[in-house]
Design a protein around this ligand. Structure first.
Ligand SMILES: [Zn+2]
Length: 431
């Protein structure tokens, strides 16, 4: 049976609706589960987590959950507005008239993507504002001022333009000039761009948003260096990032590629964890490298983009793809920018149903990294660090099991601590 435009419209609507319903169902399950356990700290954590911290985690989860419901509904409505209700079609007609005579066909296509991105980010702004200044603020996590928030948005848009526009122009040009195998060329360009980003992000982009200073605590630096030596890991530097400027949430990460690789600690993490705990957290991150999780993730991303671009290569030449998603393709003019936008809009409703698979593989990786950390550092320190980070992030200790399966990239605290080999039980490691 050949795919027709109306079949695609029906299949697409069904997927949009189905993913929205599943999101709602999972979110309400999660909220009910958390609300039901709000008053009772789980037995395993009775000695380490106060009832106040436990209630705060529940309230934070509920507040984010309620707002999430609203956001998911708005996202679905906006998606239908762009596609089947004719938003992108109308924008296209308008941009086409305004730009083709002046800037030519490549200029028109770039202008269409830029206009779309601007409108889409404007639609997202209120939600970001609310999440920062109402939810994060209410639970004491936000450290941003409205001025910083505005500057962040402007800087983000500027960096996006400087990096994104040349890439966009290149991809659109390839789509028009490289023949029917353009998607293979576009894939090469996209991969090159991603690798370049990995190299320039730590040194050029991240410093636009945060200050990075070399780790000044000599004894901690010594401890971290010897851990990295034990694990056979070379990094170019240890840095402390002023994460506390924006948020009280704590973190540590590796960034960069090859010789630009560096370790970054949030100042909030160093303020909260002991040297043993920082070492254990870092050993966990090194576990991800030792098990080649980072490489596997990059390879998986490369493979998925190849499949996606091949699919787009085929779809962009089909009339039903445009009409079925609510857009009349241009006659006698390139449709590549339209195809790109429609594809990015429509894809998530389908791939949403793959999230449990990705989440499961990610949780498996976390267990492996934890096990590695226990070989290289102190398992008890890892346990107490995880618990502190959990508490500082007001992460719930009592998530709904099905919600976990679908979304959690990290195992819930209870499972994670129970799996640490050298730790008898979370409550016993508290002292
Ligand atoms: Zn991890």
């Amino acid at each position: 049976m050949a795919m027709t435009a109306s079949t695609l419209s029906i299949v697409f609507s069904a997927f949009v609706l189905a993913s929205l319903l599943v999101q709602f169902w999972l979110a309400t399950r999660q909220m009910r589960h958390v609300a039901q356990h709000r008053e009772q700290v789980p037995t395993a954590f009775a000695a380490t987590v106060t009832p106040e911290a436990h209630r705060k985690a529940a309230d934070y989860t509920l507040a984010k959950g309620r707002f999430g419901l609203l956001q998911q509904a708005i996202t679905a409505a906006v998606l239908l507005g762009w596609t089947l209700l004719g938003g992108l079609d109308a924008l296209n007609a308008w941009v086409l008239d305004a730009t083709v005579p002046v800037f030519g066909t490549l200029g028109y296509q770039i202008a269409l993507v830029v206009a779309f991105s601007l409108i889409a980010s404007l639609i997202d702004l209120p939600a970001d504002w609310h999440a920062t200044f109402h939810i994060e603020q209410r639970f004491g996590f936000n450290r941003m001022t409205p001025r910083m928030w505005v500057m962040d948005q402007l800087k983000g848009a500027l960096v996006g333009a400087v990096i994104g526009l040349p890439l966009l122009a290149l991809v659109l040009w390839l789509m028009g000039a490289a023949g029917s195998a353009w998607w293979l060329w576009a894939w090469g360009a996209w991969m090159g761009f991603n690798l370049l980003l990995l190299v320039i992000y730590p040194t050029w982009i991240a410093p636009l948003f945060n200050k990075f200073e070399p780790l000044s605590d000599a004894s901690l630096a010594q401890r971290v260096q010897s851990l990295m030596q034990r694990c056979g890991f070379a990094a170019k530097g240890l840095f402390v990032m002023d994460g506390s400027r924006r948020s009280a949430h704590a973190n540590a990460y590796f960034t960069g590629l090859g010789s630009s690789k560096r370790v970054v600690f949030y100042d909030t993490l160093l303020a909260r964890l002991s040297a043993e705990e920082v070492e254990a957290v870092l050993a966990h991150e090194l576990g991800h490298f030792k098990h080649r999780h980072v490489l596997k993730r990059i390879v998986a991303m490369f493979a998925m983009s190849l499949a996606g671009l091949a699919l787009l290569g085929w779809l962009s030449a089909q009339q039903f793809f445009y009409v079925g998603l609510g857009v009349q393709p241009n006659l006698g003019l390139p449709n590549d920018a339209l195809a790109l936008l429609l594809f990015m809009l429509a894809l998530p409703s389908f791939t949403f149903f793959l999230s449990p698979l990705m989440a499961r593989s990610s949780r498996k990786h976390e267990f492996q990294a934890d096990a590695y950390a226990c070989q290289q550092a102190d398992g008890r320190a890892l346990a107490s660090a995880l618990l502190k980070l959990h508490e500082d992030n007001a992460a719930t200790l009592t998530p709904d099991p099905l919600y976990v399966r679908f979304y959690y990239s990290h195992p819930p605290a209870l499972e994670r601590l129970a799996a640490l080999p050298s730790v008898p039980s979370p409550s016993a490691s508290a002292a």
